[in-house]
Design a protein around this ligand. Structure first.
Ligand code: HEM
Length: 375
């Protein structure tokens, strides 16, 4: 087999089944970590899949390289759920304002909106459906084994999203929001093309999921780490107090200039990364070279962020919480001078990286600064 030169556990190289078992048990990241420690930077983790734990993988797999064809998102993972059309997120323009012009009001009543409550079933359903897709010949039968309550909650989740979109379309909004540019796209252009309601629904389903849970999980990481490292918390408070004096003075722009605040958030992004899967892509026709290795077409390849972010090759004391490693070079502790910060890319890189990155940073800076100063 063309991938036989790459090391990895034999059973995993022979069959997709051990991978799928690990995926469904939720132990894939830990297993990957063990394999990379044992076998090295590039591991064969299924008959047609390689996992990369090398910095140059970010550039080679995800970025546009002149003279090379681009990898494609692996269809096993990137298919819209519940028979919806594919979402059309490619564009950077739409990220200039917030999504649907109306909150889910979770904080008002300290309760979850049903959309939030069903979100985890949505994720669980995604994983199980993807697991079945690895076996195309029996996919139809395997899909039937998915527990009915998970499918039902996943369907409800989609319904909540569609309901919200329908409300927004019917009642309008007093200020521009993320839907506004899409309304134009729903009218026919000169060529007679227009965006369908299904495409709008699918796109907003992904924006809402991608824009909420990721930021929330990272913030949980920030506060967990600060709570368990009081001296870092005090340091952050001192820096914020110097700049703002009171929480009421905090502004998005003002929070951009506080290196220790960014350092605290960057270290949480590294250690409590919110997108636990690999970011799977497929090698284009003709094959190509990734991190110095030729890989045949059709192979599934990805960086495993969990492995790279915890790698002692790139980060001194990789498992320790050290926000200072992210400070500008002249303020960084000597022992972290050689840390390879570019190996940590929590928003991915290249044409399909996170379109919400500036929004996520604005939200996180604002929230962390206000909460630390207030409490
Ligand atoms: C800490 C917060 C966040 C993290 C760590 C994060 C991370 C990521 C990553 C790693 C990807 C690439 C996935 C892939 O290559 O398969 C991605 C894509 C995406 N993110 Fe984020 N994200 C965050 C916040 C947000 C926010 C606030 C939004 C708001 C709209 C957002 C919207 C999206 C969308 C729509 C995509 C898909 C882009 C595409 O398919 O081209 N994300 N995000």
């Amino acid at each position: 087999h063309p991938l036989s030169k790459h090391p990895g556990p034999r059973l995993w190289a022979a069959s997709r089944i051990p991978y799928v078992v690990s995926l469904l048990r939720g132990t894939l990241n830990e297993d990957m970590l063990g394999f990379h420690l044992k076998y090295g930077d590039i591991v064969r983790l299924a008959p047609n899949e390689l996992s990369f734990a090398v910095e140059e993988g970010w550039r080679d797999i995800y970025m546009h390289r002149p003279g090379h064809k681009e990898t494609q998102k692996d269809k096993v993972w990137y298919i819209a759920p519940n028979d919806m059309p594919q979402n059309i997120v490619t564009t950077m323009d739409i990220i200039s304002d917030l999504a649907l012009g109306e909150s889910f009001h979770c904080l008002d009543g300290s309760t979850y909106h049903p959309w939030v409550r069903t979100l985890f079933y949505f994720f669980k359903g995604m994983i199980i459906v993807a697991a079945a897709r690895f076996f195309p010949a029996t996919e139809f039968l395997l899909q039937r084994l998915i527990p009915v309550h998970i499918l039902e909650r996943q369907r409800q989740h989609t319904e909540f999203t569609n309901e919200k979109i329908a409300q927004r379309l019917e009642f309008g909004t007093s200020r521009p929001d993320l839907i506004t540019p899409f309304l134009k796209a729903m009218e026919k252009d000169k060529t007679g093309d227009k965006m369908s309601l299904g495409e709008i629904q699918s796109t907003f389903a992904i924006i809402l999921v991608a824009g909420s849970e990721t930021t929330a999980t990272t913030l949980l990481g920030v506060f967990y780490k600060l709570a368990s490292h009081p001296e870092k918390q005090t340091k952050l408070w001192t820096e914020l107090e110097k700049r703002f004096a009171h929480a009421e003075n905090v502004t998005v722009n003002g929070t951009k200039e506080i290196p220790y605040l960014d350092a605290v958030i960057n270290e949480a992004l590294r250690l409590c990364f919110a997108v636990p899967g690999g970011l799977p892509r497929v090698v284009p026709e003709g094959g190509d070279t990734y991190a110095g290795h030729h890989v045949p077409e059709g192979t599934s390849i990805s960086i495993r962020p969990y492995v790279v972010f915890h790698s002692s090759t790139y980060f001194h004391k990789a498992w320790d919480y050290v926000p200072e490693r992210w400070l500008p070079a002249d303020q960084r502790p000597k022992e972290h001078a050689a840390d390879r910060l570019a190996a940590c890319q929590p928003f991915n890189v290249g044409p399909t990286n996170c379109i919400g990155k500036p929004l996520a940073w604005a939200e996180m800076r604002l929230l962390v600064a206000k909460i630390i100063l207030t409490f």
